[in-house]
Design a protein around this ligand. Structure first.
Ligand code: FRU
Length: 498
């Protein structure tokens, strides 16, 4: 057992930068065996500042290697969020020899006092798998005369029209453009007036097709739109989604999409988008989000660095009770990090707790099944006066995470709280998969139908875990516990032993 000497905010199996500030994931693209994860990075400070693109790569979506900074601010401004693609057919003319990566990002230029900043879209390209980049000499490639907020381009190749498509946030709507070469862009349509949540500025959109219930003949398009924090709303920044039809120019939302739907009902999954160019034979739509909230992000407890990403997740569309829902599951690669700790079947809460007593875990996964209609759940990161409660409330049929006593929480008045979402049971059983790390809890209810992602800041020694239910004798159908352990790739190999 390794002694714990100080607070440690670095997750064991979540990506965080070696040093300083990080926010949105950027430029996520798969190329030649590597998942690239660029990120909004201020290498000179612990809060947002002169934004760069940091860079990390992974071959397995679990271990991340941080590489030197990819994109630095220049005379056109800071490097805000954006995407990256593989230019397989050399549409840009940048890749005479072999295909390479193009980053499409926002240049954000601060103007003298009293004038709004200018946001324009620019390109950079790389011939060496994202290790070094050349900014396109004709930058910016897209500007707008009226939108002050005009940012976060997400680009993909549309096979039907043989054109690139860009979705970009424009104040409180998104605009769609298309291009033959990533350089010349033509406006196609605007979406968002009078629909969805307008509780804040729209940011970091994404647009992609998914099969409904895995049926290749039933395709719907999914639009993700992140909404910035506004002091009037206790939820802070969050991400909504729409489903609908996309004809290459115009996105038409489904009837379902007229009611607001959130991607995540916790507080800490923001600005997430999906990976480009995941090979067709893999076929997954993989997603990662920034695990924080603009409401309090600059104030969260931190030492050398501040910011982490969510687990990488796979997105699906599933129809449940006549509605098509966006469902998230942890990327299957996570299973390789499991070290089995406990597996119980048909046990009472009392029996579970006898087995859990004495376990000290800080980075782990718990899968639990119990009958619908009972209020029950799991308490994680339990210690003197600290606990984070994940459970089902039978009366309201709500899945919740309660972080009121989760640890340090006085840095923002709205950080402490209980977050919940209605969870329908497909049958008579509720199944919760809970991923716990040193500063986070991610809960996937009933196969990812409802998800809550929340930061927590417990003491390192608050490493207990316990089940609870209305009555001590309540039976659970099953409970599995896995420690999640990785090679020392995330800058720290310290683990609390059980
Ligand atoms: C979202 C965001 C983006 C912007 C970036 C700046 O969190 O505000 O809209 O490009 O962060 O870091």
């Amino acid at each position: 057992m390794t002694a714990i000497t100080k607070q440690n905010y670095r997750g064991v199996y979540h990506f965080s930068p070696q040093a300083k500030w990080m926010n949105d994931p950027n430029g996520m693209v798969y190329f030649e065996g590597e998942y690239h994860l660029f990120f909004q990075h201020h290498p000179g400070g612990m809060t947002m500042g002169a934004m760069h693109w940091g860079h990390a790569v992974s071959r397995d979506l679990i271990t991340w290697e941080e590489l030197p900074i990819a994109l630095f601010p220049d005379e056109l401004g800071m490097i805000f969020s954006g995407s990256a693609v593989v230019d397989w057919n050399n549409t840009t003319g940048f890749f005479a020899e072999k295909p390479g990566l193009v980053a499409i990002f926002t240049h954000h230029l601060d103007m003298p006092e009293g004038q709004p900043a200018v946001q324009r879209q620019s390109l950079a390209y790389s011939h060496d798998n994202g290790r070094t980049w050349t900014k396109y000499e004709g930058n910016p490639v897209l500007e707008h005369d009226t939108f002050i907020d005009f940012r976060d381009p997400k680009v993909f190749w549309n096979q039907e029209t043989n054109k690139w498509v860009m979705i970009v946030a424009c104040g409180q709507t998104v605009c769609l453009y298309h291009s033959p070469d990533l350089i010349h862009w033509t406006f196609a349509s605007e979406f968002g007036k009078g629909i969805g949540s307008h509780d804040g500025v729209w940011e970091c959109p994404d647009l992609f097709p998914l099969h409904v219930d895995g049926d290749p003949s039933n395709i719907k398009w999914v639009m993700l739109v992140s909404i910035g924090a506004d002091p009037a709303f206790v939820e802070g920044s969050r991400t909504q989604y729409f489903t609908g039809h996309f004809d290459g120019d115009v996105f038409t939302p489904d009837e379902d999409s007229r009611t607001i739907r959130w991607l995540d009902y916790g507080r800490d999954n923001y600005a997430g988008v999906s990976w480009s160019d995941v090979p067709e034979e893999d076929g997954r739509r993989l997603f990662i989000g920034w695990m924080s909230n603009w409401m309090y992000a600059p104030q969260t407890p931190a030492e050398e660095f501040r910011g982490a990403m969510t687990l990488p997740r796979e997105l699906y569309l599933e129809s449940r009770e006549g509605k098509v829902l966006l469902v998230q599951k942890p990327a299957k690669e996570l299973e390789a990090a499991r070290i089995p700790v406990l597996s119980l079947k048909d046990v009472t809460v009392h029996e579970i707790n006898a087995s859990l007593a004495g376990l000290q875990l800080d980075a782990y996964e718990i899968a639990v099944k119990f009958t619908r209609g009972i209020s029950a759940g799991i308490k994680v990161r339990v210690g003197a006066g600290e606990e984070t409660v994940v459970g089902m409330d039978a009366e309201t049929e709500e899945l919740y995470v309660d972080r009121l006593a989760s640890g340090q929480n006085s840095f923002h008045e709205w950080f402490p709280g209980r977050h919940s979402v209605e969870l329908q049971a497909p049958g008579e059983i509720h199944e919760l998969c809970i991923y716990v790390d040193r500063t986070s809890v991610e809960v996937f209810g009933n196969g990812g139908q409802a998800v809550l992602t929340d930061l927590i800041f417990p003491k390192p020694e608050s490493a207990g875990v316990a089940a609870f239910a209305e009555q001590e004798g309540t039976p659970f159908l099953s409970l599995e516990v896995y420690k999640l352990a990785l090679p020392a790739a995330n800058g720290d190999d310290r683990q609390v032993e059980g």
